[in-house]
Design a protein around this ligand. Structure first.
Ligand code: ATP
Length: 234
């Protein structure tokens, strides 16, 4: 499988503190990777580096040019209708694909609506359609469900899961939510002290394994004073 992301020894320093300090990461095309980490550990910084929105202070980053980001908030342009938002920056002929993408997220009937008339979940689905229209090889998701209520979040997780299985981009999902990570991803990473200290494959082989993986990830996150596992390998 070809590689969508190749990161070697990436460093990023803010105010004299190395937020990222030697990050290595490979993501093959079509793989869904979730990135966990406590608040302020540098998850968004790493995602922004992969998006080309943030520079590094060392190391190398190889990513495909066809990449797109979905942020926590939908960032729609209020003066453009929904379809206009989906195809923003795309060639004129993209409207057909825009309608298809809206249909994929269940919002075809809202093509001519204004963003202000949408619910939070609908607006986020428009943001997803806007990402799909670009047919990214790398989809970067920065806590895209965090602002949604619990039920909408579950529905969005199912939708993203289905869309990703259909389109097969490489995905990096930044999240605080261990359950979300285990539910959606093929691999789960934990960022701590500037490095990826954990890289675990999610094997959908049974409840028990998932519970064990969840407990390990919480320990790696340093939750409830759990010791950091020393036997993880990257
Ligand atoms: N442009 C910047 N200038 C100075 N410090 C920054 C900048 N961007 C990020 N930081 C700092 O780098 C650290 C990591 O930030 P980042 O947003 O990547 O963390 P995070 O893991 O995504 O956090 P959260 O889960 O709370 O969103 C934080 O301490 C933050 O204050």
């Amino acid at each position: 499988m070809s590689r969508a992301v190749e990161v070697r020894g990436v460093r990023r320093v803010f105010d004299g503190r190395a937020v990222l300090d030697g990050v290595d990461l490979d993501v093959p095309q079509g793989e869904f990777v979730a990135l966990l980490g406590a608040s302020g550990t540098g998850k968004t910084t790493l995602l922004r580096i992969l998006a080309g929105l943030e520079r590094t202070d060392g190391g190398t980053v190889l990513v495909p040019p066809e990449r797109t980001v979905v942020f926590q908030e939908p960032r729609l342009v209020p003066s453009k209708r929904v379809l206009g938002n989906v195809v923003i920056g795309q060639p004129r002929g993209a409207r057909g694909r825009g309608l298809e993408a809206l249909a994929e997220v269940g919002l075809e009937r809202h093509a001519r609506s204004w963003p202000a008339t949408l619910s939070g979940g609908e607006a986020q689905r428009v943001a997803l359609a806007r990402a799909l229209v670009r047919e990214p090889r790398l989809l970067l998701l920065d806590e895209p469900f965090a602002a949604l209520d619990a039920l909408t979040r579950l529905q969005m997780q199912d939708l993203i899961g289905a869309l990703v299985r259909r389109h097969r981009p490489a995905v990096l999902l930044v999240t605080h939510d261990v359950d979300e990570a285990v539910r959606l991803a093929d691999r789960v990473l934990v960022l701590r002290d500037g490095r990826l200290i954990t890289d675990r494959r999610v094997e959908p082989s049974g409840e028990h394994d998932v519970a064990e993986l969840r407990a390990d990830l919480l320990a790696d996150l340093g939750v409830a004073g759990a010791p950091v596992r020393k036997d993880v390998s990257l």
